[in-house]
Design a protein around this ligand. Structure first.
Ligand SMILES: Nc1nc2c(ncn2[C@@H]2O[C@H](COP(=O)(O)OP(=O)(O)OP(=O)(O)O)[C@@H](O)[C@H]2O)c(=O)[nH]1
Ligand SMILES: [Mg+2]
Ligand SMILES: [Zn+2]
Length: 351
């Protein structure tokens, strides 16, 4: 297994040269389990740990290796590698950590395609689907929607769900699947090409791990029945990159209950109508009200019309919502081809 087949392409090659001293190799992080790592390189797979310097130098969790990362390792013994640094991430999936401060948790790195799994049954929720799509887009990852558990709904109900997704302007590829009947699994499998990294993302209980087991061909990983309310039970906790027989790589993730604050800039404007009003007189249309000349918000701040604490909470909230900036959605709404597109998709959904 050479590193190229693990996804180490020119992009990483160009960026790793200066970062890899004599005696270190690039290796891919295969599993992360509460601070314990395994990495894989041309030499094979070994347990790995962070160098002391790295551990103390990293001041926040996004700096630490996550599954899918390429890291610089030194082989301390045949069974132990020491991780000295993380190579730049080509793509990433991250979410805001629950809490007041803006901190991110990186869920997986260097993923080419994220399969966003949503169940036809209890879990179906278009705004949530949109949040996952934004998350993928933020991390430069191509999203594909898997509408799971189609065995639990009628064909008409499924058509209706597809219409609702398309009606919301979501244009990502979509595959209806069922682990139970096997529907869509061939189409899914066809997408898993060698050398690329894929990720399963979605609420707890939608069938991600079951799907992985179906693809691997046996029950390698445990799943759990959903509770009577239809709420999934968290089963998958450790993060692992699975190297499939054909050379494709697939990451299963635990369901994420909280995707972080969903802040549309519209909502922000609503709660800060006063600042919104002031900003109409800023010199620049795209004024960020932080340091621009002719900023009417800053003028109001300096002459006391605008309260400093209020201004600060505005900045703070804006910083949090920037991550979930919905320009993707907004752009789609403006898309001229949108109407035509919906029509063609509705036709497809009925087929
Ligand atoms: N009816 C039906 N049930 C399914 C299907 N796929 C999975 N399930 C069931 O749904 C439950 C949850 O499946 P999991 O694969 O553990 O779900 P998960 O998305 O991995 O959940 P987390 O690991 O908690 O994020 C299990 O009881 C599965 O047997 C399906 O296609 N149809
Ligand atoms: Mg799971
Ligand atoms: Zn301004």
């Amino acid at each position: 297994m050479n590193s190229e087949t693990l996804g180490f392409d020119e992009w990483f090659d160009e960026r790793s040269g200066a970062m890899l001293p004599e005696g270190q190799d690039a290796a891919r992080v295969m599993t992360v389990d509460r601070g314990a790592f395994t990495v894989r390189s041309e030499r094979g797979e070994t347990v790995a740990e962070l160098s002391g310097r790295f551990r103390f130098g990293a001041d926040s969790s996004p700096d630490l290796p996550c599954v899918g990362d390429w890291v610089c390792v030194e082989q301390a013994s045949p069974t132990l590698a020491i991780i000295h640094a993380v190579l730049p991430r080509k793509t990433f999936l991250r979410r805001k950590r629950p809490g007041k401060t803006v901190a991110y948790q990186v869920i997986a790195a260097n993923v080419d395609v994220a399969f966003i799994v949503q169940s036809c049954h209890y879990d179906f929720n278009v705004p949530r689907l949109d949040r996952y799509l934004v998350m993928a887009r933020e991390g430069h990852i191509e999203p594909i929607v898997l509408l799971s558990k189609t065995d639990l709904v009628s064909q008409e109900a499924l058509d209706d769900l597809v219409d609702r997704i398309r009606g919301a302007g979501i244009s990502a590829a979509l595959i209806p699947i069922s682990n139970t009947t096997g529907r869509g699994l061939d189409a899914f499998r066809d997408l898993l090409v060698p050398g690329k990294t894929f990720c399963l993302l979605g609420s707890s209980g939608v069938g991600k791990t079951t799907l992985l087991n179906r693809i691997i061909g046996h029950d390698a990983f445990s799943t759990q029945p959903v509770s009577a309310t239809g709420e999934g039970v968290h089963t998958t906790s450790r993060r692992q990159l699975h190297l499939l027989d054909n050379g494709a790589m697939l990451i299963d993730t635990p369901g994420m209950r909280e995707l972080g604050l969903l802040g549309t800039s519209d909502g922000l404007d609503d709660s800060f109508a006063d600042i919104d009003d002031l900003s109409r007189d800023c010199r620049f249309a795209d004024c960020t009200h932080s340091n621009e000349p002719g900023c009417n918000v800053l003028i109001a701040l300096s002459d006391g019309t605008l309260n400093k604490a209020r201004y600060e909470s505005y900045l703070k909230l804006r910083k949090e919502t920037d991550f979930h900036d919905l320009s993707y959605v907004q752009k789609r709404k403006k898309d001229k081809n949108f109407g035509r597109f919906i029509k063609s998709v509705k036709k497809q959904g009925r087929r």
